[in-house]
Design a protein around this ligand. Sequence first.
Ligand code: ARG
Length: 279
Amino acid sequence: MDKKRKRLIRIGAGAVAGLGAVALAWTGIAANADEPADAKGDFEAKVIGGEPAEEGQYPWLVALGYTGEGTPFERQFCGGSVITETVVITAAHCAEAVAGPDEVVVFSGSVDLESDDLVETAVADIHIAHDYNEPIDRANDWALLLLDEPVDVEPIDVGTEPEEFDALETAGWGETGSGSASVAEWVEVPFVSDDDCEAAYPDEIDAATMLCAGDLENGGVDSCQGDSGGPIMAPGEDGQILVGIVSWGYGCAEAGNPGVYAEVADFNSAIDDVLEDWS
Ligand code: ARG
C-alpha cells in the first residue's frame, strides 16, 4: 500500500466518522501548518512544532497499521496507547477505519517504524465506545483493541485526572506531507479551557468528553492527521498519565483552532467495564 492510498483511506475514514469538514480542511493544511499562510511546501514536522521522540520516552506509544503488505511506515494510519499488556486505547474514528480486527495490527516497541525492535501484533477484538458521536458528532471518540498476545512495553496509567494541565505532551507518526522520517514526534501543547475551546468551535464541543490543547494565540504546536488515536499526556504522581486521545481539529496548529482530544477521565469506568469483559 503506498502513501497515496493511505491518504485516501484516511480521508474516507474521516468522512465515515463525521469528520468530513475536518478532512476537507486537511487539503489546506500543508500550506499553513507551521509556515505563513502564503508559503507553499510540505510539512517539515509530523506532530506540528515538535521534535523526534527518544527511544523509551513513551514506551506505551504504539502505531496502528493496516494488515498486509508494505512497511510499517507505509501501513501506519493512527496512533494508540498500551493501557494493559493486552489492551490498546485509540480513537473510535480510527477503529471505524477498519472493518474488523483482521484488518488492523499494532506496532510497539520503538518510536522508529523502521527499527528492528518494532513488534507487530495482531488484534483479536475491537470495542468502539457505544456512545461515540453522542450527544454530538465526535463526542466519546475512544475505542479499545484487544491484542492477540501481550506486548512487552510499559503501559500508561489512565487512572486519574491531574489537577493541573499545564504541561501536556502529545506524540505520534502523523502526516508529514513529505513522507520521509519514520520516527514519532512529540510536542508540548498548552491546555485550552472548555470555555475557550467552545468559543473556538461553537456548538462542536462536548465539554464532558472533549479536552482541548494548543497555542490559541500563536498556533504552531499541535497534533495532526495520522496522530489520531495517540496520547496526550500529563505528568502524574508516578510518571505520565493519559489524559486524552488525539481526535480532531480544524487544520493543524492554526492560531484560534486548537486540537481536540477525547477526555479519558470521562470514560474511565466504561473502559474498566470492557477490561473486565476481556479478562
Ligand atoms: N482526525 C485526525 C486523524 O485522524 C487528527 C486530527 C488532529 N488535529 C489537530 N489539529 N490536532 O489523524
